[in-house]
Design a protein around this ligand. Sequence first.
Ligand code: CP3
Length: 342
Amino acid sequence: MLKEKLLLKSLGGEITSPPPVWLMRQAGRYLPEYRSTRARAGDFLSLCYNPELAAEVTLQPIRRFGFDAAIIFADILLVPQALGVDLRFVEGEGPRLSTISSRNDLNNLKPIDEIDSRLSPIYDTVRLVKSKLPEDVALIGFAGAPWTVATYMIAGRGTSNQAPAHDLMKNNTFVFDLLIEKITTATIHYLRKQIEAGAEVIKLFDSWAGSLSGQDLINYSLKPLSKIVSALKQSYPDIPIIVFPRGAGEMYRGFAKKTSADAIAIDQTVPISFMKNLQVEACVQGNLDPTLMVSGGKKLVEETKKLRDQMSEGPYIFNLGHGITPDADPKNVEIMLNTLRS
Ligand code: CP3
């Protein structure tokens, strides 16, 4: 008989004790076994496109910690690459991409029906992980949200304030809107394929939503996310979706409802009292400060208990407010898990 998956229960609106737990970037450089597999692959992108090794690193944190969910090992920037953008990761610096600034650049992007020639290894990873996953662990597929992906495609790199994307939005709204539309369409296609390959939950990362305000947040975070959620729900009504408009602050309120997402992920700047209030509209995920995975100690135990206890009256998924960092200590992950599950 199939064991029940805790993550799916919470996403379905059930209150569970303890709550399900997984961590953003749970497969990553803080784990020695990840560093060793990545070295075998050669570099980060080769690892993403190698289904055997990508499945291996996806499963490493499940074996070590017994998380309630695995998230497929890939990157949000694989979609731009599949659209024809040049992408590389510079050690110690981050991603570098060829940039989009004109109608001509847009016309040079590949049509949607060609992106699978690049993305099909990711679907293979999903199938492989699914076949090896313990039966009580849920499999999460993901993509970047159109705005966040666009910020990298326009600037050609990560930026602290997303200024190049804001400039294009203001100075060439026509091209900017077409780019958002193109990414939206590609993302819907990519996520459908992940679901068909076996993803049981989808998460959308709008990591730079916090730099949008007012009508821009509505037009470029809320609307594209709603479009993606509604397209996926139309084909796969039973696949729960988590949205993460990181840094949305006050605008987290109503976000899950307006996008029709099943859960809202919250960053560490939001107080627990505010997070609690969001449990009436959807399941809430978050928001332990990732730096506690580095510093550990009494504060880690206290903050873990505080979240567990104060969020226990509604559907809740324990997670960090952002990705776990390379300098995190795996021992602190264990301390957090023991505290949460005791
Ligand atoms: O969470 C997981 O374990 C699944 C895999 C995953 C990665 N990236 C692997 C990764 C996921 C879900 C992402 C999402 C992602 N990628 C986001 C959104 C979430 C967020 O963090 O805000 C963004 C903005 C990216 C783009 C990206 N990828 C950047 C800016 C960088 C470089 C910064 C860094 O940490 O080095 C990456 C690289 C990356 N993606 C790594 C991993 C494990 C590190 C690569 C390495 O091994 O060197």
